[in-house]
Write a protein that binds this ligand. Structure first.
Ligand SMILES: NC(=O)c1ccc[n+]([C@@H]2O[C@H](COP(=O)([O-])OP(=O)(O)OC[C@H]3O[C@@H](n4cnc5c(N)ncnc54)[C@H](O)[C@@H]3O)[C@@H](O)[C@H]2O)c1
Length: 398
């Protein structure tokens, strides 16, 4: 393996986040790869594994449309399962066996499959990026960390909010003591009701809105403060979704008790729901507030000051910072934002590891590594246990 050999990628999953399935866009993963190519960053073969050939056909069609809009020439190398065969949820294993070195995997499958699929990627010697949540339990996350170490590869979670400049600003404000010691955080995060009812109908009963959305801000609070969660409790409410036959809570409210390095406690209240009206001005409504002993800091992460009102789509609050489209000087589509940066950071980090410039251990504390995702994993596990136990406090010792 030469130092300069370009990195080969295996994308596992071909849904909304990879290629925009079920939306008017192109998702986040393919646009991020398109941006790398536009900037002349060397990429090897990009292979794709899904469960059925129809998903491959759809992803391929999306990629062709994206190339046209961006002026890029991305193409999939090998795709799994074969277009002539039937559905095969195991086809990613063949894809792993056939990956040329050096290789990394980007895993974008439903939450409950992360553990098995990531374990297989690591055991095949691939550096691996997995979309959040790492896994729903600490024991599964620990097993992945053990496999990562055993195979000497790098593992990261695609916690893109760590690259959002608003959150980086809050981190600076907290760490320089501008608002004193944190006393409590309040997070409100919700999504349009069509997301659980239609987009993820196939696997929504395997997750919940706290595990799906809330986990982002659990990780952010850990990232901002370096604090460790010590116990959590949660209540869930059934309602509109259950009436529609979707077996998932409308809302989940989690309370987490944290301990800082300095020995102080603070509390976070994370209020999440999956029944925001369709008429709301963005897919996600999200805000975070922190109250400290000497001040408070608030960030509305939906209303970023850019609003579009049109006959066709009504009022839209646009997030120019996540994975937003712009036009270059030749009117070709380009993408910018923290969603793109998060994927680029992983690919550049893996190249640095492959070239021996950095060790996976060096990245542990700097990035959303598997190790650094343990805090969020422990809270998700405790919240899920509390939901099953009538809102009891669950101690967290990880
Ligand atoms: N970071 C984020 O903000 C963000 C946003 C959306 C989704 N996600 C996460 O991404 C994951 C997938 O979400 P999505 O929105 O793309 O969902 P989706 O339902 O649109 O797509 C899931 C994909 O996984 C594929 N898949 C399932 N089992 C597979 C297997 N055995 N082998 C290969 N492919 C398999 C399906 O074919 C499908 O293409 C979830 O864990 C979700 O939490 C993260």
């Amino acid at each position: 393996m030469s130092d300069s050999a370009p990195l080969n990628l295996l994308i596992i999953g071909a849904g909304m986040y990879v290629c925009g399935r079920g939306t008017s866009g192109f998702g986040t993963i393919l646009p991020a790869l398109g941006e790398l190519q536009r900037h002349g960053y060397p990429l090897g073969t990009v292979n794709l594994a899904a469960t059925n050939p129809q998903s491959i056909v759809l992803a391929d069609a999306q990629l062709k449309r994206l190339n046209k809009a961006m002026g890029t020439r991305l193409a999939f190398g090998r795709t799994y399962p074969d277009r002539s065969s039937g559905a095969d949820p195991e086809s990613y294993r063949r894809a792993l066996a056939e990956m040329p070195s050096p290789a990394a995997a980007i895993v974008v499958v439903p939450d409950h499959l992360h553990h098995q699929v990531v374990a297989d990627c690591l055991s095949s010697g691939l550096h691996t990026l997995v979309v959040k949540p790492l896994t729903p339990t600490v024991s599964a996350a620990r097993e992945l960390i053990r496999l990562r170490q055993q195979h000497g590869v790098y593992g990261a979670v695609e916690f893109h909010k760590r690259y959002d400049r608003a959150n980086l600003k809050i981190k600076e404000i907290l760490q320089t003591g501008q608002i004193g010691r944190p006393l409590y955080f309040l997070v409100e995060y919700s999504q349009r009701k069509s997301i659980p009812a239609r987009t993820f109908a196939g696997w929504v009963d395997q997750t919940n809105i706290f595990q799906y959305l809330g986990v982002h801000y659990v990780d952010i609070i850990h990232f901002l403060t370096g604090a460790r969660p010590v116990r959590a409790m949660a209540r869930g409410q059934w309602g509109w979704l259950k009436e529609k036959g979707v077996e998932v809570y409308d809302a989940v409210h989690g309370t987490i008790d944290w301990l800082t390095h300095g020995g102080d406690h603070f509390v976070s209240y994370i209020l999440t729901n999956w029944v925001d009206p369709e008429s709301t001005s963005a897919m996600s409504d999200q805000r975070i507030k922190v109250i400290g002993t000497r001040g408070r800091c608030e960030s509305d992460q939906k209303k970023r000051g850019l609003q579009l009102v049109s006959d066709e789509n009504g009022i839209e609050d646009i997030n120019p910072d996540f994975c937003a489209t712009y036009l270059d000087e030749k009117a070709r589509l380009t993408y910018k934002g923290y969603g793109i940066k998060s994927i680029h950071t992983f690919i550049k980090d893996v190249n640095a590891v492959v070239q021996g410039k950095v060790r996976p251990e060096d990245l542990e504390s700097m990035r959303p590594s598997f190790e650094s995702a343990l805090a969020a994993t422990a809270v998700v596990e405790a919240v899920n246990a509390s939901l099953k136990n009538g809102g009891a406090w669950i101690d967290i010792a990880y």
